[in-house]
Design a protein around this ligand. Structure first.
Ligand SMILES: [Zn+2]
Length: 107
């Protein structure tokens, strides 16, 4: 595996999203290429920094604009036009409307 190919796979490598043969080839490359190993370390560090950032609460005004935009999109696309594309029977509820969980709390 060359460096250019290795670097395109680094994010998937971190996410354990590579197929085993690709991961093994990348592991082999990382064992012999300090530059790509350094790139991997920098990417992992950046991900850790972002992960550790405090969550940001959206302002009520921002949330209101998002909800309004979702509602405009929901009502601007007739479900009867989507039906042939999705192959599903449109429900009476929009997919944009959060539905309560139907999972049982039984343990
Ligand atoms: Zn390399």
């Amino acid at each position: 595996m060359d460096c250019q190919t290795a670097r395109t796979h680094l994010s998937a490598y971190i996410d354990w999203a590579l197929a085993r043969p690709t991961r093994q080839r990348l592991d082999t490359h990382l064992g012999t290429c300090p530059e790509c190993l350094d790139e991997l370390t920098q990417l992992e560090t950046a991900i850790a920094w972002v992960r550790d950032l405090p969550p940001v609460e959206p302002s009520p005004a921002f949330l209101q604009r998002v909800y309004e935009r979702i509602e405009r999109l929901r009502t601007s696309i007739p479900l009867r036009l989507l039906h042939p594309l999705t192959g599903t029977v449109p429900s009476s509820h929009s997919a944009a409307t959060p539905q309560p969980s139907t999972e049982s709390a039984d343990a």
